[in-house]
Design a protein around this ligand. Sequence first.
Ligand code: SAH
Length: 361
Amino acid sequence: MELVLNRQEVCAWLSCESEEKIRGDLMYLGQHVQLNTKGMAVHLRGLVEVSNRCRRQCAYCGLRAANGALERYALSDEEILACAQRIAERRWGTIVLQGGEDGASSAERVARLVKTIKERHDLAVTLSLGERPIEDYALWRQAGADRYLLRFETSDEALFQRIHPPAAGSNLPSRLHILRELRLMGYEVGSGFLVGLPGQSLRSLADDLLLAQSLELDMVGIGPYIAHPDTPLSRGLDAQGEPLPLLSASDSEYVPSSGPRQEQLVYICLALLRLLLPQANLPATTALATVNKDQGLLRGLQCGANVIMPNVTPYDKRLLYAIYPGKDIVDETPLQKEMALQEQLKSVGRFISYDRGNARS
Ligand code: SAH
């Protein structure tokens, strides 16, 4: 089922603020497409935050190298394998290893871990370890990694430059190049963007959506930008320390960086993504659950999301993976999480699926 949406229509939906129209028309359509393509199943991916060490200086992220206020950690092989064991026991089907760009974690070590997990368990392995030399991705693919997740963060090249210091040799075209290479290597490719980056216009948000579509992504992870007090962006500065243009809260051309309208735009984007990429996996993300603890996940699912990524990182370390404040502060076992989710899902007619949930199956 393909629904053709042009840029003008995408922009019109992003400008819409009528909750009635959004729920009645757009979310309804998103759910309809969801039902006809992916069904009512929700897939769980066990998220393991392997390290908060990072060599980069992304202006929005609390893990940035310059943040001296953060105690750093890296999980040992044993700790990571114990997480894999717990995920396999719960039959969630997928493990996601995510982390900062930790120079101490060699490509060989990651390859060994992937291989061991694949030997021991029937799990899909997703890696999300940032930008690495192309050879590293190839090595990990050979070791058995199934999916790679690297968000493009924004399709606006000028904004990308302002929030990622150019000195690090990273720019938007090079990130898009990586995504294409990953596809050629046979990975299922996930990417995505932030909603509400300071200086992000509604037009550039429309381009984010259309870029996700043109990349034919298998997975699109999006979430609200949440200001982290120990980052330049939260103080109105870009990665070079230059002030960003101050926007008035009423400037309807821009995406707000907090509040109900930002959250509403995340829901609109999720529903539009379900229409633009009917087969893609769309997670209802932790960031969404952070801005709306009671309803975020469920409302995300009701717009067309079909994946949830419960965090299985050891609790003391999870607190240190502080990409933004307020994230996942509940200390529950995977089983407790699953039971709680099951109850919540039931209330909206959804259920947990225990297969791997590949994008094109
Ligand atoms: N180092 C890896 C993993 C980063 S964490 C990488 O770069 O791919 C995963 C995602 O968290 C990032 O891609 C980013 O979109 C999101 N993130 C980082 N800081 C955030 C913030 N302040 N608010 C919301 N999301 C944030």
